[in-house]
Write a protein that binds this ligand. Sequence first.
Ligand SMILES: [Zn+2]
Length: 127
Amino acid sequence: MQQPLLLALLLLAACRTPDYTRHQPDRCPVHRVAMTQRVVPIAYGMIPMSQAAAEQGEWRRRMDSFPHPGDCLPATSINVHGERRARVFVCAECAAAQRQDLVGTRQELTVEALKRRGQTPPSRTNR
Ligand SMILES: [Zn+2]
């Protein structure tokens, strides 16, 4: 009795998940490796970055460096209708590049915070 209901709910959920892999290349344009598919959350709202970073083309840099990290699908670049998740292509190399980029960003933010407080940041020789 519960299995048909569960199956119906799963089918309904699958039907409401937009597939952004259709008619798209399955190789990363940056890293030239085969990508896998993953269902990811759709991120609504502003991309978290400073206005200065946005004006310096931070979003373009990210898209040029790691366009398929597979963490989410920004709703700013697609036409969505309230869906929460979408199927996308994911590149392992993009995911690794994004992780490295986030580590670097955190280190730079920490250095800036220390400078604002008048403290000396640690030596950068171990980067
Ligand atoms: Zn890639």
